[in-house]
Ligand binder design. Sequence first.
Ligand SMILES: Nc1ncnc2c1ncn2[C@@H]1O[C@H](COP(=O)(O)OP(=O)(O)OP(=O)(O)O)[C@@H](O)[C@H]1O
Ligand SMILES: [Mg+2]
Length: 305
Amino acid sequence: MTAEAIVVARGISKSFGSIRAVDEISFQVTLRECYGFLGPNGAGKTTAIRMVSCHIPLTSGILNVFGLDVSQHSREIKAMVGVAPQDNNLDPDLNVIENLVVYSRYFDIPRREAERRSRELLEFMSIDERRKEQVTRLSGGMQRRLIVARALINDPKLLILDEPTTGLDPQARHLIWQRLRELKRKGVTMILTTHYMEEAEQLCDRVAVMDSGKILVEGPPRELIERYAGRDVFEVRRAEDNRVLLRLQGLEFGFERAGDTIYIFSRDGDEIGRRLLSIRELEVLHRRANLEDVFLRLTGRELRD
Ligand SMILES: Nc1ncnc2c1ncn2[C@@H]1O[C@H](COP(=O)(O)OP(=O)(O)OP(=O)(O)O)[C@@H](O)[C@H]1O
Ligand SMILES: [Mg+2]
C-alpha cells in the first residue's frame, strides 16, 4: 500500500444468501481523489461502498480504509468517514437542525460544538433558513442537501455519497456539485455512485464501471471515453443498415444498432461525417462521445429491472 492510498480493496466479495452482490473486486482510492462507481441497477455499487463505510461485513477479501482493516477497526474508520446513503434516512420526528445535532452524538461531539457546526453546515448547503422546519416538509432537494450536511458533521477525511443527486432538479444538482468540488479542494477524498454520467464526468477523477458484482473497467472518464467510444458519435435515425454501412466501407469505425438508431463510433469522424451527409434524406446527429456511450457499450442496452 502506498502512503497515499485511503482505500485498498483486494478481491472483496459480498453475498446475500445465494446472491453474489459484489464478486471479488479490487480497487484503490487515493488521497484527495474522487472515485466513482457506475453501473446499472443491481450492479453492486451500494453494497461495495457499504463495505467501505463499515456498514456491512465482507464475505471475503481484504479491505483497508486509512490503513486499517475494516473487520477489526470499524469504530476508528467510522469516525473518519462521512456517509450520505442512497435513501434519505432522516429522522422524521426531528426538525432540520436537530437531525444534525442528534446525529453528532454518534461522534461524541460536545453539544455546543455540534450546534455551531450544524449551523455552519446548513449554511454551506444553503438550507439554514429552514433549520426549524420538520424534515418531512422539506422538498426532495432540501432533504438531499441535509443528508450531505449530516455526512459532514464529523469533518470526515473520506466522504461516501450514494447517488447524491438522484431525483433532484438541475439547480439543486449543480449546487451539490459546487459544494462537493469545494470539499475536494479542501482535501476531502470522495467515493460516489451515480446514474448521471455527466455527474461522473464533472466530479470524478476515476470511475469504475460495475455490472453483476464485477468491475468491468476502471480509469479517468476521458480515457475510458477515448478507449471505448472514440471521439465522434453519429446517431443515424430510421435508416436501413446497408445503406449507411455500405457507404462507410473502408473506414475504421464501430457501430451498434438499438431500436430506430444506428450508433457509429469513430476516433476521427470527419470522413464519416462527409459520407453520411452525401446520403440524402438521412437524419443524422453528430456529437462528441461521452461517458454514457462507454456505459451503454460496456453494460448493454437491456433493461435491468
Ligand atoms: N440486504 C440485502 N439482502 C439481499 N439482497 C441484497 C441486499 N442488498 C443488496 N442486495 C442485492 O444485491 C445486488 C446488488 O445490490 P446493490 O444495492 O448493491 O446494487 P446497486 O448497484 O447499488 O443498484 P442501484 O443502482 O439500483 O442502487 C442486487 O441484486 C440486490 O438485490
Ligand atoms: Mg445503490
